[in-house]
Design a protein around this ligand. Structure first.
Ligand SMILES: [Zn+2]
Length: 264
């Protein structure tokens, strides 16, 4: 279960895929094209078949409707990969200062929770803060959402999130949760691409896969052979109670499983 402590919980809604997130690439900005109250009741109405993780009123704090372990029904093909925030306002509106602050607080929390990068992106296969329209037809063809005025405010959101993250960390709690083993996910998706990905993150992952007993070259190149081993590892994990998307991509979940899943 993942709820943002600073957000007011306003769930539940039936409009979601329980446990449906396969990864958390970033944050999708939306505009409600309506009021906060109207959007909340719409997202709680099963007949709408719509929802969002977070609702951001023009004034006041952030409100969470869908747990970020569940997939909200916001941007179709992006639903299982992206966290969504619906900002109160009409198409063409800018965000209020309070909405910018809420977006920044959310981004800072997502960075800590999932390693989401504090950066702008226009790539549905990327990571960071993206606009709904950037997902194109696969995300429902909402090209005017959230609108150019909101997208132009992304630098302010990013700058504020960085400021929040730069503040000294709060004192550690008396009994901190056990830290997962292995290095933190480096924030880069290891996938087959052109030109072929070749770096130290790939080599780190390959080395540990090799140490786990996989017959894999430790050469830093992420080509079809590595992707094939990755898929077999993902399938094996899913078969042993550690479900992973079988996509041949080393994202945060697969990276974590590489170090934390017991060898079977
Ligand atoms: Zn939208």
């Amino acid at each position: 279960m993942a709820r943002m402590p600073a957000a007011q919980w306003i769930g539940p809604t039936a409009n979601l895929y329980p446990g449906g997130m396969v990864e958390h690439r970033g944050l999708v900005l939306h505009i409600q094209d309506g009021t906060e109250a109207g959007s909340e009741s719409w997202f709680k109405d099963p007949s709408s078949e719509a929802s969002a993780h977070f609702l951001n009123p023009k004034s006041g704090g952030l409100r969470q409707l869908v747990d970020t372990d569940d997939a909200a029904w916001t941007e179709m093909a992006g639903n299982r990969h992206w966290v969504s925030i619906e900002n109160e306002g009409l198409g063409g509106d800018s965000l209020t200062p309070s909405q910018i602050e809420n977006c920044a607080q959310l981004l800072a929390w997502l960075h800590g929770e999932y390693g989401i990068q504090v950066q702008a992106t226009d790539d549905p296969a990327g990571t960071g803060v993206i606009g709904h329209g950037d997902g194109g037809a696969a995300w429902g063809g909402h090209y005017d959402c959230p609108g150019d005025a909101v997208l132009a405010q992304r630098p302010q959101i990013l700058a504020r999130a960085q400021q929040i993250l730069g503040q000294p960390a709060p004192a550690p709690s008396p009994s901190p949760a056990p830290k997962p083993a292995g290095p933190a996910w480096p924030g880069e998706y290891l996938r087959v691409q052109a030109p072929m990905l070749h770096d130290g993150n790939v080599q780190t992952w390959q080395q540990h896969m090799h140490d786990r007993g996989w017959n894999i070259a430790v050469d830093g190149w992420y080509g079809p052979a590595s992707a094939n081993i990755c898929r077999r590892f993902q399938a094996d994990s899913s078969a042993h109670g550690w479900p992973l998307d079988n996509d041949g991509v080393v994202g945060p979940a697969t990276w974590a499983a590489t170090w934390n899943r017991p060898i079977s």
